[in-house]
Design a protein around this ligand. Structure first.
Ligand code: AR6
Length: 180
């Protein structure tokens, strides 16, 4: 499923974000950039040790929640990995929605600053960090649509959803946006 916003494309796909042939893929990291499971584990496993060597060297202070940093992509097909940290869900009253939107925006800012024409996101915060998928999907798509309307870049934003359920949640949220 895809929609066009001012000539830019938002696309939904089901699959593995680490396999995407795009300029940048996004890592659902933690604030210490210490590696972990889920997307983070898959990126470092497939991409090899060069990615963490670079983030250790360039970002020893880590990456606060809601912000992002960029590195090379090691053996992955992408050119860059953008590491961002979504919020841990703790009921919704601790600024989670704003932090999640900020994580998406920070990635898009870095993508544009590094001339990335295409970027692939996983559903940040919806695995280990426990963010409810329906709410996370709406926030993700709202953040991306308003960024694209304002900045007219990058050309392609792809969400790569790991499960059918996650794909369904994003498809429903995208329909809501399209209907507006
Ligand atoms: N491709 C696309 N989506 C995936 C993949 C994949 N290869 N693997 C998992 N998902 P998570 P978080 C989905 O846990 O919630 C790590 O340990 C998954 O089904 O990767 O932001 C970090 O080090 C879920 O919908 O990220 C952090 O400590 C979504 O990606 C912490 O987890 C995000 O799940 C971050 O937690």
């Amino acid at each position: 499923m895809k929609i066009s916003i001012n000539g830019q494309t938002i696309e939904l796909a089901q699959g593995d974000v680490t396999l995407q042939q795009v300029d940048a893929i996004v890592n659902a990291a933690n604030s210490r950039l210490a590696g972990g499971g889920g997307v983070d584990g898959a990126i470092h496993r497939r991409g090899g040790p060069a990615i963490m060597e670079e983030t250790d060297r360039r970002y020893p202070q880590g990456c606060p929640t809601g912000t992002a940093v960029i590195s090379g992509a090691g053996r992955l097909a992408a050119k860059h990995v953008i590491h961002t940290v979504g919020p841990v869900w703790s009921g919704g009253k601790r600024g989670e929605a704003e932090l999640l939107a900020s994580a998406y925006r920070s990635c898009l800012d870095l993508a544009v600053a590094n001339d990335c024409r295409s970027i692939a996101f996983p559903a940040l915060s919806t695995g280990e960090y426990g963010y409810p998928i329906d709410q996370a999907a709406r926030i993700a798509l709202q953040a991306v649509t308003s960024f694209l309307s304002e900045k007219a870049a990058p050309e392609l934003v792809r969400f790569v959803l790991f499960t059918e359920g996650a794909y369904g949640a994003f498809a429903a949220a995208l329909e809501e946006i399209r209907a507006k």
